[in-house]
Design a protein around this ligand. Sequence first.
Ligand SMILES: NC(=O)c1ccc[n+]([C@@H]2O[C@H](COP(=O)([O-])OP(=O)(O)OC[C@H]3O[C@@H](n4cnc5c(N)ncnc54)[C@H](OP(=O)(O)O)[C@@H]3O)[C@@H](O)[C@H]2O)c1
Ligand SMILES: [Zn+2]
Length: 396
Amino acid sequence: MDNSPVVAQADVSLSNSLLVSLTAKSDSQLQQKVGTDFDRAMMQRCLELARRALGRTSPNPLVGAVVVKDGEIVGEGFHPRAGEPHAEVFALKAAGANARGATVYVNLEPCNHYGRTPPCSEALIAAGVAKVVVGMVDPNPLVAGGGIARLRAVGIEVLVGVEEADCRKLNEGFIHRILYKRPLGILKYAMTLDGKIATTNGHSAWVTNQEARSVVHQMRAACDAVIVGGNTVRLDNPRLTSHQQEAHNPLRVVMSRSLNLPEEANLWQTKEAPTLVLTEVGANPIFREQLLKQGVEVVELSPLTPERAMAYLYERGFCSVLWECGGTLAASAIAQGAVQKVLAFIAPKIIGGSNAPTPVGDLGFTTMTEALSLESVQVRVVGADCLIEGYLPLRQ
Ligand SMILES: NC(=O)c1ccc[n+]([C@@H]2O[C@H](COP(=O)([O-])OP(=O)(O)OC[C@H]3O[C@@H](n4cnc5c(N)ncnc54)[C@H](OP(=O)(O)O)[C@@H]3O)[C@@H](O)[C@H]2O)c1
Ligand SMILES: [Zn+2]
């Protein structure tokens, strides 16, 4: 589905209460098994296909589709990038005449509006499919259910909510973008067992082991942008690429108010991946010119804040942004609501140092009752390190 001109042409035929029940579900509702084992296996196949375009579809979602006839897969497809046909169109094309009377599986409700491409609901109807199995409804409350209603109106059987939790997780950035008009902000850091992200003099390579760093590379491949602050560039000289052949590289973003940055840095090598420097209006014009000459994009925002940066990245069509900064910028990003998800790697190492930097600077809290408690927490072991993942409570 395409998300730009959706609202105006939406078929808003569902009541508000039904929309709420379609879009807001509790964890336990999401865990309920919907469909047969075969349905669930086919939906997992859709997600596998969708992942082939990881990091490349924004502002559109990751979508895969499978056409099944007499228990056999007769066509598959996925949405490769915005502006190209949707997953259903590729899968129907691959199935050809076999699509007649078939069941189509798709992880997101088929679109029902004219965006950059014609509606998939009409393509499914024209192909004569008998049944459509949908992972999740469209997250846009104004269009949610429209595609499903259109299919049902012409007598196509529709089953909704198969593997819904997994479908939502794959497109969590897209869903956040639609609902909150901002990319999903993910804060990722690696700390020692005693809570330090670097030594007292700022050395941080490496806190975690190779396995954890490979997981970080995969996270980068799935995100549209990665952000660090000027200090991290000065101290770590990071590359911030996904380090995998063929994998997507995110836009590498540096936030620097001073623009007092090193002449030579890995991030200024833009052959492998693009770099954007966000700075204050009028900062260090000589160095700004130098960056531009090297192919680094420079954008001035005033004031340069995490919220302003996220608003700008939303306008660029991004769905998910990985904050890989140090504690000062991380605290500011959390305080301004630019972070919704946290990925914390914990290495079983002790470095000590009363002044060694920690993952999150001052948030102004004075009592433990003010602590931000993560929700939907998952803990897993990655090599010798531990990864804790969770979501910050949504602000009202
Ligand atoms: N282990 C890890 O996961 C990890 C990850 C990243 C960093 N680190 C470590 O963290 C340390 C650096 O920490 P840091 O907190 O100084 O990180 P940082 O990521 O460099 O963020 C701070 C910098 O961000 C820039 N900035 C722009 N707008 C800002 C705003 N509104 N609020 C705050 N900062 C803004 C400033 O750059 P200018 O000064 O250029 O204006 C500021 O110096 C280093 O020792 C590095 O090794 C560790
Ligand atoms: Zn579509």
